[in-house]
Each structure stands twice: as structure tokens, then as C-alpha cells.
Write a protein that binds this ligand. Structure first.
Ligand code: LMR
Length: 332
């Protein structure tokens, strides 16, 4: 199938629209499932560009269908479905692999990375690249890391000091480390699929959440919160993943061509994730929502409130891996 698509460049942000057509007989069908918005979102835009390039450049050999916004599977279901052969690619956040590997939990440690450059530097290191193969025994292979951005806390009342979170209920991604962070704040954690978060915040089923600017804006979380606190306390990043059975079974030439296209799309789109996050932060502000910055002293109070979480998970994750991640300096 050839993609019917157009791409416009807008302030360094691609807005790609593509219409899904039926795959032609004989083409390898690649279903790509994800849970976020398609447009104005780092993962959505990257998946669309991947679809466009695969369908143009591998026409007659492969055909990609992207299913955004949990329309095929939500993140709780997508990895079991991949192992059953019901979907070929996905890009869950790094917080969603703990049933398959303990190593990727590393990325949930609070205040581990200073900024996205540090994340990029670590992921490109030998230790970072080795993580892609950490689930091979479970039948899953990581192909590339995709960026989203740093995470910010929000709630239905002002969050300035860490003690402001005490007694509140926060939605978390299903991760023991994220659970421990919320407990360290004296709050209660509720794991919940991404697709249910807005309704839970709106109805008061939960009081707050933590997510990137791009996720907050494209899901309208900010519209049902008191404000957003620019805590930058963690990262929201992705691993593009596939099943080893499907990947190993591909024609080797097709596999190489697909891997090369994915690598190029990764480089192209990861460059824009930070910029897109900043744009979405401005959009949150333009909606009239209060953004609270932390001064150095208040930030130190958050770092210290969440610090006990490190000791709890050091053995599970491994000190060598933590040290390697800490060594990545980033910096702008
Ligand atoms: C979340 O569940 O908050 C995120 O993992 C969603 C996503 O894919 O960015």
C-alpha cells in the first residue's frame, strides 16, 4: 500500500496526516499500536512518519497500520497481545515493562536525569543500548528509544512543597517505583490505563497525576487540575518494541530496511520531542492554567522527599546500571 499523506512543517513540528488504506496481498502487515494522540504529540508524530515512510519505501513488501489513542490495545494489553501475534509493534512508556524486566525500572527513579540530553546520552551508551535486549528471554525485543519529555506533577490543589501532596490520590502508570514515590509523599497511588486518566481527574476519582507536557496538553489534563507544577522529577520515554518471533521470522532484507527506516525516523523525531514539549507547555499556559516553578530550595525539598525510593530499588535494578545512568550529564 502507498501512503496517502501530506506533511507540513510548523515551527519545527511536523503535522502529518495519513489515511489508512488496505494492505495489498503479499505485503507484510505491521500493526503499530499506541495510546497517545496522533498529532502535536512526539509519539503520535513519530508513528505517523514511520507509517508514511514504510508505506512509501517498502511498498509491495510491507504495509504499516498505526492505531493511536488505545484504539487497538491499551498499554496493559498490548504486550501480551504482541506475544500472541496480534500486533507487531508498539511503543509503551518505559514504566510499563516491569512484568518483563526489572532493568527498565531504572528510568522511573526520581530525579535520576537532569534533562532529556542526559537521557539521550545514557540511552546511546553501551549500558543503555543493552537494555533493548533485556526482555529477549521473555520474547520481546526493544528496537529504538523514542522521547517524550520530563514529567510534571499536577493536582486539584496547589502543589508547591512535597508536603502539599500528602493525603491526595494520584494516578500512576503501573510501576512499583512510581507507587513508592507517591507513598513517599504520604499520598495514595492508583494505577490506571492512560485512556482513563482524564475522566478520573474530572470526576475526582483521583486528585492528581504526573506526566509530560505533551501528554498533559493533548489529553487536556490541565483543564481539570488546579495547575501544573514544573517538577521535572522524572522522565516519560518510550521503547519501540516488537516480538522476537515476528522480528526473527522476517525476510532478512526487509528486516534490515525496516530497522534502517525506524532508526532514521527515531533520529528525526527525537530531535523535536523537547521542542514539542515546550510548545505544549506554552499551550497549557495559554489555556489560562497556572504553571508553578520550583525555586532551588523547594526543588531540593522534593529531591529529598523522594530520595528514599532509590534505596528501595537499588538491588532490583543494579547499582552498576544506576551509576552508568547517573554518569550521563546531558546539559544544555
Ligand atoms: C501514561 O500512561 O501516562 C503514558 O505512558 C502514556 C504514553 O504512552 O505516553
Amino acid at each position: 500500500m502507498r501512503a496517502i499523506s501530506y506533511t507540513v512543517a510548523l515551527a519545527g513540528v511536523l503535522a502529518t496526516t495519513s489515511a489508512m488504506a488496505q494492505c495489498d496481498p503479499g505485503e507484510e502487515v505491521i500493526r503499530f499500536s499506541h495510546v497517545t494522540a496522533e498529532q502535536g504529540h512526539p509519539k503520535g508524530e513519530a508513528a505517523l512518519l514511520l507509517q508514511e515512510r514504510v508505506n512509501n519505501e517498502l511498498d509491495g513488501r510491507a504495509c504499516m497500520e498505526v492505531y493511536p489513542s488505545s484504539t487497538l490495545f491499551n498499554d496493559d494489553d498490548v504486550l501480551p497481545a504482541m506475544l500472541r501475534g496480534e500486533v507487531e509493534m508498539a511503543a509503551p512508556s518505559l514504566s510499563k515493562f516491569s512484568s518483563y524486566t526489572q532493568s527498565l525500572q531504572l528510568f522511573d527513579l526520581p530525579f535520576l536525569f537532569e534533562d532529556m540530553l542526559a537521557v539521550e546520552e545514557f540511552q546511546n551508551s553501551d549500558a543503555g543500548q543493552a537494555l533493548k535486549e533485556s526482555m529477549v528471554d521473555e520474547g520481546l525485543l526493544g528496537l529504538e528509544f523514542w522521547h517524550n519529555g520530563m514529567k510534571q506533577f499536577s493536582a486539584n490543589r496547589p502543589l508547591i512543597q512535597p508536603s502539599d501532596a500528602a493525603g491526595l490520590r494520584f494516578r500512576i502508570q503501573p510501576s512499583a517505583i512510581l507507587n513508592a514515590q507517591i507513598e513517599a509523599l504520604g499520598a495514595t497511588a492508583t494505577p490506571m490505563p492512560f485512556s482513563e486518566v482524564y475522566a478520573a481527574l474530572e470526576s475526582g476519582g483521583v486528585d492528581g497525576q504526573a506526566n509530560s507536557w505533551s501528554n498533559i496538553y493533548t489529553q487536556s489534563f490541565h483543564t481539570v487540575q488546579d495547575g501544573v507544577t514544573e517538577s521535572n522529577h522524572g522522565i516519560l520515554d518510550y521503547l519501540v518494541v516488537t516480538s522476537t518471533t515476528w522480528w526473527d521470522g522476517l525476510d532478512p532484507e526487509l528486516r534490515d530496511d525496516l530497522a534502517q527506516i525506524l532508526l532514521e525516523v527515531t533520529h528525526e523525531r527525537n530531535r523535536f520531542a523537547f521542542e514539542l514539549g515546550e510548545l505544549n507547555k506554552i499551550r497549557v499556559r495559554q489555556d489560562g492554567v497556572r504553571i508553578r516553578r520550583l525555586d532551588a530550595e523547594t526543588r531540593a525539598a522534593w529531591v529529598s522527599a523522594l530520595a528514599p525510593v532509590w534505596a528501595q530499588f537499588e538491588d532490583e535494578i543494579g547499582l552498576d546500571l544506576i551509576n552508568a545512568a547517573e554518569a550521563a550529564e546531558g546539559g544544555l
